[in-house]
Design a protein around this ligand. Structure first.
Ligand code: MN
Length: 240
């Protein structure tokens, strides 16, 4: 254990809240996790100990370095897949928050190699489409979990600059510039998957162009606070 500057208490509170919101929105169940980069130490990130996201509170949250090693004592076990987070933060300095989930509507896309593409303005952040990660290329036959820095690096490389990477036979991971944006993206990746699958059954889908996606994403990014306030209120935890 080395010393680390204590993270901002409001950031810790918001990360705990994000765990509960992701559960309430159906993105995570007993599994899945969200992290945030430390507010003053960019090579450190905050993540809960291994718990179901809906049960996470501020006291569960600790600090990790970019090798995925805990810098603060972990009461219990760390998440096995913390290397998803560490290696995305290492590869992408602009990323501030990461959500990993097994949200169900996205799974069919990962197993068919079909990209998630934006079918409506709310998911413009998908741009030209999701990235795809095939774990067999690195691990051969495995339990499909990202349980080492090597696998985390391979995932981050496959993700490139995309907002969302699909993990074949496993789930998906989204990255954002804030906790709110990463949660928004996780929620709307799941909804987009549902709608895209429905659209594909009906006929040829007209996706947003890259320009439309970029414009829509910019508009939505300025409005995320509206959804966040609702999601927080729905948990019965909001002030006022
Ligand atoms: Mn997983």
């Amino acid at each position: 254990m080395s010393t680390v500057i204590a993270p901002d208490a409001e950031l810790v509170r918001k990360l705990a809240l994000a765990n509960r919101i992701l559960y309430a929105r159906g993105v995570v169940d007993g599994f899945g996790h969200i992290s945030v980069r430390h507010n003053s130490t960019p090579d450190v990130f905050l993540l809960s100990r291994s718990r179901a996201p809906a049960l996470v509170d501020a006291s569960d949250i600790g600090c990790y370095n970019l090798d995925g090693e805990p810098l603060t004592p972990v009461d219990g076990n760390p998440y096995l897949e913390r290397f998803i987070h560490s290696e995305i933060y290492r590869a992408r300095p602009e990323v501030v928050a990461v959500v990993h989930s097994h949200s169900p509507s996205v799974i069919p896309f990962g197993i068919t190699g079909q990209r998630l593409r934006p079918v409506f303005h709310m998911s413009g952040f998908l741009g030209s489409g999701s990235a795809h990660f095939e774990i067999r290329d690195t691990a051969g036959e495995s339990d499909l979990l990202i349980r080492s820095p090597e696998l985390g690096k391979a995932l981050a490389a496959a993700m490139g600059n995309c907002a969302c990477v699909l993990m074949r036979g496993h789930g998906s991971t989204v990255a954002g510039g804030s906790i709110e944006q990463a949660v928004y993206r996780a929620v709307y990746a799941e909804l987009n998957a549902k709608l895209q699958a429905e659209g594909m059954k009906l006929g040829e889908v007209q996706y947003l162009t890259e320009a439309e996606g970029a414009l829509a994403a910019a508009a939505n990014d300025s409005q995320i606070g509206r959804a966040w306030a609702l999601w927080e209120r729905e948990l019965g935890l909001a002030k006022g």
